[in-house]
Design a binder for this molecule. Structure first.
Ligand code: DMJ
Length: 465
């Protein structure tokens, strides 16, 4: 089924991006790139040491209480932070740590745990992490475990009458559950599954991911917009608000583009263009002198909200990579201006106030993910400056003796801290930053492709390793 962008949509893409494409000027008072790269590597090691000391083998560390957290299922561990860290350790050339991490996976990682796990999280974090680890180290056991795990997740896709995956699966029994699922969870798997099909020669992973995408695209409105939540058994929207680029739809769009890029798939590319054209036409707006994306009814485009999640700060990077550079710069500028007010961004604001709706910060990487993407597309050092400023905010406010922690309230001074280092901290924030400053010899800056969880799925340079 061809998804050709309408002329209107193409024009909307061209028209968006009118707020003022120039980033705020910054005094470049940061150290040299080499010094910054060393600082970033040191901070990664600081967090990693905290995890190893207090929570080794558990999913996540609680760096203040020196406790640990089971991310997927209470009473079960997958060593999540180890899997998340693997390719970052490798890119930073921390090879003793890579070996220790891969050894742990070989000896302890169990893909057949008797627990209901969230399909989306298993795929982007564990399947993706094992794939990236395999590509970086070449250790066959990582691919073996990855395939075992993916096979245990697959019933979520193949048991579904619509092709839209169930939200949960029991890894031991294969029993599926969770009939309501949001777009990000339905459609953030084609990178991992497509790559696994390539590496194993078995099409079934790619086919499952592609079927899920088709099932969603078939359900777009006449405007070319999508809702947020679907019933995976009936195929009906249970929430028909278009919330792009906010969660819980965010990475659905990211994977349409990245899937097209990684596998040269025309259907994904056309789908991305069509949907992005509709989002820019119906949701992009200038409000208070800044660029935003409002929430609208997917059927008629009526405005239903003006919330902005810090997770949506990934979107400028995606827009830049996919050729919408003016809109990308405008929206990144919005987040950079917010960083002037909040050196650590709040989780959610209502920009019509503006008011802070959720004052927490879960150590989010999305702003710096965009800075990284924009820097790669434009080569503009201003994006390194803004990335460094973001890093300084985290280091000043969220660094603790046991690593880095989430904040309960970024509006107080000192910030009220929580007690968790999310697994993605080891996969994302410092990796994007490091790659911007380190001229990392193991990263192919031309072809390198990172997943939504920051996993290196293309562009690991193993020459001489
Ligand atoms: C990560 O798990 C991924 O980036 C995901 O796509 C969205 N949220 C977190 C980080 O904020």
């Amino acid at each position: 089924m061809p998804f050709l962008p309408s002329r209107r949509a193409v024009l909307a893409v061209a028209a968006a991006g009118t707020v003022g494409a120039v980033l705020p000027a910054r005094a470049t008072d940061r150290p040299t790139d080499a010094v910054v790269a060393q600082e970033l590597r040191d901070e990664f090691v600081h967090g990693w040491a905290g995890y190893k000391a207090a929570a080794w083998g558990y999913d996540e560390v609680r760096p203040i209480s020196a406790g640990h957290n089971d991310f997927f299922a209470s009473g079960h561990t997958f060593g999540l932070s180890i899997v998340e860290a693997l390719d970052t350790l490798w890119l930073m050339e921390l090879d003793d740590e890579v070996r220790v991490a891969a050894d742990w996976i070989e000896q302890h990682f169990d893909p057949a745990v008797d627990a209901d796990v969230q399909v989306f999280e298993v795929i982007i974090r564990l399947v993706g992490g094992l794939l990236a680890g395999y590509l970086c180290t070449g250790r066959p056991v990582l691919l073996t475990r990855c395939r075992e795990l993916a096979d245990r997740v697959l019933p979520a896709f193949t048991d579904s009458p619509t092709g839209l995956p169930y939200r949960y699966v029991n890894l031991r029994t294969g029993a599926v559950s969770g009939t309501h699922s949001p777009l990000a969870e339905i459609g953030s798997n084609i990178l991992e599954f497509g790559l696994l099909s390539q590496l194993t020669g078995d099409q079934k992973y790619w086919d499952a991911a592609k079927r899920a995408y088709r099932a969603v695209l078939d359900r777009r409105s006449a405007l070319g917009l999508l809702g947020t939540w679907l019933d995976v058994e009936t195929g009906s929207w249970t929430d028909a608000t278009s919330r792009a680029p906010n969660p819980p739809v965010d990475s659905f769009y990211e994977y349409l583009w990245a899937g097209a890029e990684m596998f040269g798939d025309r259907e994904l590319r056309d789908g991305y263009k069509l949907l992005t054209g509709a989002v820019l036409e119906h949701q992009w707006e200038e409000y208070g002198g800044r660029a935003w994306f409002r929430q609208v009814d997917y059927a008629n485009g009526n405005v239903v909200g003006r919330a902005a999640s810090a997770l949506g700060a990934f979107y400028p990077g995606l827009l830049a990579k996919s050729g919408n550079l003016l809109a990308a710069k405008d929206f990144h500028r919005t987040w950079s201006l917010l960083l002037d007010e909040y050196p650590v961004l709040p989780e959610v604001i209502d920009y019509s106030g503006p008011t802070v709706r959720d004052p927490r910060n879960d150590l989010r990487p999305e702003y710096v993910n965009s800075a990284f993407d924009l820097w790669r597309v434009t080569g503009d050092a201003a994006h390194q400056d803004s990335a460094y400023r973001y890093f300084q905010g985290l280091r000043t406010h969220l660094r603790v003796p046991g690593g880095y922690t989430v904040a309960e309230d970024v509006t107080t001074r000192p910030m009220r801290l929580g007690d968790l280092t999310p697994g993605y901290w080891f996969a994302e924030n410092l990796k994007y930053l490091y790659l911007m400053f380190a001229a990392a010899p193991r990263f192919d800056y031309r072809s390198g492709l990172l997943s939504t969880e920051g996993k290196l799925l293309r562009g690991a340079r193993r020459v001489g390793v």
